[in-house]
Design a binder for this molecule. Structure first.
Ligand SMILES: Nc1ncnc2c1ncn2[C@@H]1O[C@H](COP(=O)(O)OP(=O)(O)OP(=O)(O)O)[C@@H](O)[C@H]1O
Length: 750
């Protein structure tokens, strides 16, 4: 089984095993140490002994497997995060490349622990920020003193974002006049979904039982944990030298409620962990624990890790955060609780769009995010803390602090050539994603909104699974298939930068390299076999159904020495001696065992195919309903256009009719005038007749007048014909139509 990821792979896939506290479960996952000189890359999973579906043993390959003892630093250093960071920073004189690091796994398997760390250990996100600020620090543009630099950054943003300097952002939230109402009154149990609290940043509050987000301790609390020995006052001071500048403002910030859980941990593990070194998300979960002094973790230190930076460039680091909850995108830095005087209920959060913008027509971006330009690590951490307060989390039966949304943490690295006349900003983004975990309702003991959330989480993870499955199928396929990543927001956000983009910059078309991506799959070797094996199946770089599970009776017979005849059994040899019969019987049994094994594999494959078919059917249904939606939209649009055209035609028609009416009236007037003139002449004639008293001369005069009358009528008819002849054919048509309509008594006024 080849483990080398193909060059076309969208992700490097690592597996991280978490230490398990479960005592009542058997281990189902083993790491294969093929060569002690190299880190392990293969694992084997065995179905539980009481598995009545008789599933086969499976073997999976990953880029690398991190075992339970692997710490945060080992993982950070060896999962390729540093290379990813160097790619984002860009080589000398070159634009950076986007990077993505995500965690995937069953609920409670350690995704948030890997990304966000715990109260004593930093996670990949904090370590990345630290490394980034350590190496770009001297090359960061100073937006506090240079307004033009800040303005140029705003102008270079293509995502319709609201850019803010960190100081302004933090002031708007935590200064006296901008006090957010967040949590002024703790929410009642079971009300709105709880948010991830500020774990490492909990400081003594003037009011007992309440914690202050973003507040820092004045001293470092001694820790009981041996693993924290590496932390010292000096390290802390180096990492957070200017925390004091926020100390005074943060001591006045409003109070936030302690982390609120909709469900209490039920299983023994959750009970244990809720009092141990809990997840970064799991700040004090009970009021009793709330006012506990804590501090930012500084462990593990990473001062000795080197990163290549472009010395000819100056940088700016911009932080933004959002979450995907129920397939909608929400900004974590401009949520309602960030607005003074408004509660969550009063101001619902506005979902953002993932779309192409005017400045980014070739590439989709999350539009309208609030982005914060940070000048140092502690500013970035404060921003991170603020956003984490908004992230949706809840306690479930599987995890005391379970993420109920997919969290996206974005660090945009803006880079431009450093000179007296600096060049334009280029931008590349490192996105670190903490995915919500798949879960079974029965195990997680979820209900109501939390259960509905779980449904959406599982659905989006199913689509992600399909995409990842397609990527691994493509690795061996001669004609790669398209990865169906447009099925939901999550896969769109994760995959849409995975392919080369052609951008039109002025008259020049440039191609932006596809993002480099790392997926860290987390698993509990003593956890839920079904859920874990499902995730491993679609995320692994390679898979092999190695040894079919052989029923114990059969295996006993095979171990009796007939393994060699496997598959070579030919019934009815004709020999009748007892030894020949025994031999034949053994061969038959071995054949039965072999066939049974094959049957198991076929059953297993069938099950998988069924699963894939069901998934395809679901996406087919989704596509069908989308088609229906589009069809309805198009029909509506066409109908609207038709109505508009009808109205226009009616207006035109009415104007033509008015024009025709006018002409007719004019014509009538002329007729009346001629008639009047004729009558006048006739009257004059009659008068003369009366005066003269009659005679032959009178008759002649009458005849003359009659002639004149006939001539006048002819001229009138001719004039009318001429007039008709001068009209355009369309006009004639309209006139004819008008006559017809009027003739039938169906004029518009009718
Ligand atoms: N490698 C590890 N070392 C020590 N503790 C761990 C490790 N992985 C996880 N844990 C602990 O296990 C608990 C659950 O982990 P975490 O919250 O990270 O799970 P998750 O996968 O993010 O779950 P969900 O999907 O429900 O959010 C936490 O208390 C965490 O501290």
């Amino acid at each position: 089984m080849d483990v080398k990821p193909p060059s076309s792979a969208l992700f490097d896939v690592y597996l991280r095993l978490r230490p398990s506290n479960s005592i009542d479960r058997d281990r189902f996952l083993d790491v294969e140490h093929l060569d002690p000189a190299y880190a392990p890359t293969h694992i084997t999973i065995r179905p539980p002994a009481n598995d009545n579906r008789k599933r086969a043993i499976e073997k999976f390959a990953f880029t690398r497997v991190f075992e339970e003892h692997a710490g945060q630093r080992e993982l950070f250093e060896q999962c390729g995060a540093v290379n990813l960071l160097e790619g984002v920073l860009g080589a000398k004189g070159r634009e950076g490349r986007d990077g993505l690091l995500a965690t995937l796994g069953v609920t409670g398997s350690g995704k948030s622990h890997t990304i966000l760390g715990s109260r004593s250990h930093r996670g990949v996100l904090q370590l990345t920020l630290d490394l980034l600020f350590q190496h770009t620090g001297p090359r960061l543009v100073d937006i506090d003193t240079s307004l033009t630099a800040f303005q140029s950054l705003c102008a270079a943003d293509v995502a319709e974002s609201q850019l803010l300097p960190a100081a302004a952002f933090l002031d708007s939230l935590y200064a006296d006049n901008g006090a957010p109402s967040r949590g002024a009154t703790p929410a009642p149990r079971g009300a709105t979904p709880a948010r991830g609290a500020t774990p490492g940043l909990v400081c003594k509050s003037p009011t007992p039982n309440l914690c202050i987000p973003g507040a820092f301790p004045t001293s470092v609390e001694p820790s009981s944990k041996g693993e924290e020995k590496g932390r010292s006052g000096a390290v802390f001071d180096r990492l957070y030298p200017s925390l004091a500048k926020y100390q005074s403002r943060l001591s006045r910030i409003p109070l936030c409620p302690p982390k609120h859980n909709t469900l209490q941990p039920r299983n023994s593990y959750a009970m244990l962990t809720s009092h141990q070194d809990t997840s970064f998300l799991s700040a004090p979960i009970s009021r009793r624990n709330a006012p506990r002094m804590s501090n930012l973790p500084t462990y593990p230190p990473i001062d000795d890790i080197l990163v290549n930076v472009d010395n000819t460039a100056e940088y700016a680091l911009v932080v933004s955060m959002y979450e995907v909850h129920n397939d909608r995108i929400f900004d974590l830095l401009s949520s309602p609780s960030s607005f003074p005087g408004r509660t969550q209920q009063q101001k619902p959060r506005r979902a953002l769009l993932f779309k192409s913008t005017e400045q980014s027509p070739d590439r989709k971006v999350v539009a309208g995010l609030r982005k914060v330009v940070c000048s140092d690590l502690e500013e970035a951490l404060l921003v991170l803390e603020t956003g984490l307060q908004e992230r949706r989390t809840a306690g479930t039966g599987s995890n005391a602090s379970s993420s109920r949304s997919h969290g996206f943490f974005c660090i945009e690295v803006k880079k431009r050539h450093r000179s007296s006349l600096p060049g334009p900003w280029s931008s590349s983004t490192l996105t670190i994603v903490d995915l919500a975990g798949s879960e079974r309702a029965r195990t997680a003991k979820t209900a109501g909104a939390t259960l509905a959330e779980a449904g959406k989480i599982n659905e989006s993870l199913m689509y992600l699974g399909q995409c990842m499955q397609m990527q691994s199928d493509n690795a061996t396929a001669t004609t790669p298939n398209l990865v169906p990543y447009r099925q939901c927001k999550l896969t769109e956000l994760l995959f849409s930068n995975s392919f080369a983009h052609h951008t039109q910059g002025g008259s020049q078309a440039t191609t932006k390299a596809p993002q480099k991506a790392i997926m860290i799959v987390t698993a509990d070797p003593l956890g839920d076999f079904n859920a874990t094996s499902q995730i491993l199946r679609y995320s692994a770089l390679a898979r092999e159904v190695t040894v079919p599970r052989i029923p114990s009776v059969t295996s006993t017979i095979i171990s009796g020495g007939v393994a060699g005849v496997k598959g070579s059994y030919s019934p009815g040899s004709g020999r009748t001696t007892p030894s020949a019969l025994t031999e034949e019987l053994e061969a038959a049994l071995a054949e039965i065992a072999r066939l049974r094994g094959e049957l198991e594999i076929t059953q297993f494959k069938l099950e998988e195919e069924t699963h894939r078919r069901l998934a395809t059917e679901v996406s087919w249904k989704v596509a069908e309903s989308r088609i229906e939606e589009v069809e309805a939209e198009v029909r509506e649009e066409v109908w609207g256009e038709m109505e508009e055209q009808m109205a226009l035609e009616q207006r035109r028609w009415r104007a033509a009719r008015d024009e025709e009416e006018e002409a007719r009236e004019e014509h009538l007037d002329k007729k009346v005038e001629i008639l009047a003139r004729g009558i006048e002449v006739w009257e004059e004639g009659e008068g003369d007749k009366e005066n003269v008293g009659g005679g032959v001369g009178d008759d002649e005069r009458v005849l003359e007048l009659a002639d004149e009358n006939v001539k006048l009528r002819e001229r009138l008819a001719m004039a009318e014909r001429e007039k008709e002849g001068m009209r355009s054919p369309s006009k004639k048509m309209r006139v004819l139509k008008t006559r017809k309509w009027e003739g039938s008594g169906m004029g518009l006024e009718n």
